[in-house]
Design a binder for this molecule. Sequence first.
Ligand code: FES
Ligand SMILES: [Fe+2]
Length: 452
Amino acid sequence: METKKSHRQTHINPQAPASSLEAKQPDLNLGTECYATDGYFDPQSITLEFQKLWSQSWLLAGVTSDLAELGDYFLFDIQHESIIVTRSKAGIQAFYNVCSHRGAMLVTEPRGNQKVFVCPFHRWTFRNSGDLVRITDEDTFDPRVVGHRPGLTKVACETHAGLIFISMADDPPPLKQAIGLPEGYLEPYQIDKMKVVRHVRSEWGSNWKVGVEAFYESYHLHAVHPETTGMMGDLNVQYDLYPSGASRMIVPLGQPSPRLYDQTTVNEGLQFLLGEAGIDPTTFKGDAGDVRGAIQSAKRERAEREGLDYSDFVDGQLSDSWATGIFPNVQIGCHPEALFLMRFMPHISDPQRFYYDTMTLIMPTGDADATAPQWMGLPEGTDISGRQRPATENYSLEEDANLGLVLSQDAAFLPRVQQGMRSKGFTGQLWGEQEQRLRHFHVELQRRLELA
Ligand code: FES
Ligand SMILES: [Fe+2]
C-alpha cells in the first residue's frame, strides 16, 4: 500500500449550519491526564463498577419492536442481575427477575410471551404488571407475612426513540439528560419501525472498556483493517462530544482514505459501494471524488421510489456512518436503512472478558424477497423480512461468531491490548485528537466512579 502524509479534515461539512445535527461541536478542553489502568484487570473493579456505574446508570436494555404484543418480554442480564422487560397493560415495564417468596429466578427463557409468570419453586403467580395474583396454600401463611401482597420489584424503565432503557438506581436522573444526545438526534431513524434481523452475543478476551475504546475511534482502521482504506475517509472523521459522556464520530464512506496516494481511481472498494447503492460501477463516469455524492443521490432516489421518508436526513447521513455513543457502554452505527446497536457488556466475574452484544436492525421495505446488502455484514441467507425475531446467537471466546472480517479482526486483536496494558512497562493510555471520544468517556467514567 502506497501511503502519503496528509492533513485531517475535521468537519464533515463545513457549510453545515450550527443548529444542524451534522455541525461539528465546539472542541472541549479535557486536559491531558493519564488515567490508571487497574480498572482493566483488578477483580475489585467488577464490584466498584457495579456499585457506581451499572447499578446507577440508564442502560440500553433493548428495542421496542421486540415488545410489539401485549405479554412480549425479554430478559436483560447484567452481571449478577437479571431483569424482565415486558409489555403489560400499563405499557413497557421492567422488574427484577426474582420471586418475592424465596428469591427464585422466575424466568430463564431469554425471550417470549407471557401475561403471567409462575414461579417454578412453589408456583406463586404474578401478572406481567408485577402484581401478585396467587400464593399457593395462602391459608398457611400468617397475614402479617404476606398481607402486603408482595409483587415483583420494579426497575425504572423508559423508552426513547424506539430504544428501551432501564435503571436500577433509586432515583435515576431524567433519561433524556442521561442519554446526552441533541434533541431529535435519533428520531429520524424511526427505530421503533425497524426490526431486529440478527442478534449476536459473543465473548471477547478483554475488558469491556477496551471494547468501547476500539469502537470509539477510527485511528486504528488503516493498521488493523487495511482493506477499509479504499473506501473510508478514516482521517476525515468528525468527532463530536456531547454532555453526559455521549459522543459521535462521522466516518465518511465512499471516499479513499487520505492516507492513500491515489485519490482518483474508482478502486474495488468504491466499486463495491457504488454497486450496493444500485449504481453500475462499470458505466460510472466520475472519479473517486464523485463516489460519495453519487451514493447519496442514488439512495435518496431509491428512498423516493420505495416511499421511504428521508426528508429529515442530510446527504451525509445517507452515505456515512454516524457512529453514536451513549455512556456507558453503547455505540449505535446509524444508517437510514439499518442500525447497528452495540453494547459492551461487562463479564460477571472476569474483568479481562466482556460480551460484545450486537443487534442489526433493518427498516422493512415491503419487498418479501429482499436480501441484505453486503455492507451490513450479515451472513448469507439472513432473513431480513422482519417477520420473525431471530433468537440471540451466543458464542464463547473460542468460537467464531461469524461477525464478518472487520469485527473478527477486532475480536482477535483486543486481547493483545488487554495483555499489554497489564504490563509493568505500560504507564497509561496516551490519546491524540482522533481519540478524543476515549478521553471524554474516561472523564465521565472517572466522575461517576468518584461520586459518593
Ligand atoms: S420462591 Fe417462588 S414460589 Fe417460592
Ligand atoms: Fe476495529
